[in-house]
Design a protein around this ligand. Structure first.
Ligand code: PLP
Length: 407
């Protein structure tokens, strides 16, 4: 008799985006003339940078000719891309990362979801609340949690991100083995300082723990004092794995390319307490279960690092940051407490009440769609997330409507 993995039955149905979609459809049916403005989702709205599409086209043409056709590539990614990443994203910022420590993939979602496979089922997991749900759900699927009770899974160490800690969680009282951190944060838009990150790195070292650092939004950082990579912090090479993505800096959400950095010094422990390198294990997993990102997509990603690509991606992100700054300015004028909106595409706003009620009020009175914070965890209750991923005109229009309604 074939039996299912019972841990899947513990998963909570994700009502967040399906609920939002239903409410938006109902509103649209009732108000066919009202134009809806979506500031809810985390998907980008602008086209790929021209440098990327040109490289993409050229690579497709290469695939069309026998003499330049390519079949399976290296699972870890082509050297041209791994070298460009190491040089531009790390070495140029003083972070000591080499090309062979980069694993190219088709998404930070898969990587942040898959990495937990390398660790024991009794590993104690710490993750933020509110949280990007992938970290939590993949550990539930693996069987590292108990049941879901009163809004939380038993056995997880939740790192509360609240107004009191400025949405940067402090060290937990219970000691974890695996620590998920995400900065700039989704959903709160908060950022972490180098000193705060240093504290986490030292904590991981002292407790023989490992940090999984999701830096999917690093390209939104404009404050030079903020770390863009955990490897800008001393000692991180031994205790941290970092996840990056081309989704938000270069509009690759539908094109799919990302990468994971596993430094050669990074270790975990075997049953006898002996240090084991993680790099060969992730390499083994990657090669066994993944056959590489397509050649044209990797060429398109490489173009992010060309002279034109750097200018175009900087401008792309600057456009979203301009939207974020406008949202933050207007929300501030309206007297709402918020975090984010600078160095991040997200603005996390205190709703002065229930997050779904605020969502309904905003939709019904203004036609603007936000994301209720409660969908990201217990600490998200009482908050909503606005996203800067839209055109400036739409954001201007949305904020005008919100201003008229909330004053
Ligand atoms: N990590 C965070 C924090 C995200 O918000 C997202 C997407 O929204 C991802 C990872 C997924 O990135 P990718 O598109 O590379 O799978």
């Amino acid at each position: 008799m074939i039996k299912i993995n019972e841990h899947y039955l513990k998963l909570q149905a994700s009502y967040l985006f399906s609920n939002i979609a239903k409410k938006v459809t109902d509103f649209q049916t009732a108000n066919p003339d009202k134009e809806i403005i979506r500031l809810g989702i985390g998907d980008v709205t602008h086209a790929l940078p021209q440098a990327c599409t040109e490289a993409f086209h050229a690579a497709v043409d290469e695939m069309a000719v026998d003499s330049s056709f390519r079949g399976y590539g290296p699972e870890q990614g082509y050297d041209f891309l791994r070298e460009a990443i190491a040089e531009n994203d790390f070495q140029s910022r003083g972070a000591d990362i080499s090309a062979d420590e980069i694993f190219v993939s088709d998404g930070a979602k898969c990587d942040t979801g898959n990495i937990q496979e390398l660790f024991t089922l009794d590993a104690k997991i710490a993750l933020p609340d509110p949280v990007y749900p992938v970290y939590l759900d993949t550990n539930v699927m693996a069987g590292r949690t108990g049941d879901f009770c009163d809004g939380r899974y038993e056995g997880i160490i939740y790192l509360n991100s609240t107004k009191e800690n400025n949405f940067v969680p402090g060290l937990p009282t219970e000691t974890p083995d695996l620590i998920y951190l995400c900065f700039p944060n989704n959903p709160t838009g908060s950022t972490i300082t180098k000193a705060e990150l240093q504290t986490w790195v030292e904590y991981a070292k002292e407790n023989k723990a490992l940090i999984l650092f999701d830096a999917a939004y690093e390209s939104f950082i404009r404050d030079e004092a903020l770390p863009r990579s955990i490897y800008e912090v001393d000692g991180a090479r031994e205790v941290a794995i970092e996840f990056r993505s081309f989704s938000k800096n270069a509009g690759f959400t539908g094109t799919r390319c990302a990468y994971t950095v596993v430094p050669k010094e990074c270790t975990a422990f075997d049953a006898k307490g002996v240090k084991q390198l993680i790099h060969p294990l992730w390499n083994r997993r990657h090669c066994t279960k993944f056959n590489g990102v397509s050649y044209p997509v990797q060429r398109a990603a490489e173009a992010v690092y060309s002279e034109a690509g750097k200018i175009q991606t900087t401008n792309l992100v600057a456009g979203y940051l301009k939207n974020a700054a406008l949202i933050a300015k207007e929300i501030n004028t309206l007297g709402y407490d918020f975090v984010g909106g600078a160095n991040s595409p997200y603005i996390w706003i205190e709703a002065k009440g229930d997050s779904w009620e605020f969502f309904d009020m905003l939709l019904n009175k203004t036609g603007v769609v936000c994301t209720p914070g409660a969908g990201f965890g217990k600490c998200g209750e009482g908050y909503i997330r606005l996203s800067a991923f839209n055109s400036y005109e739409n954001v201007e229009q949305a904020m005008l409507r919100i201003k008229e309604t909330l004053v």
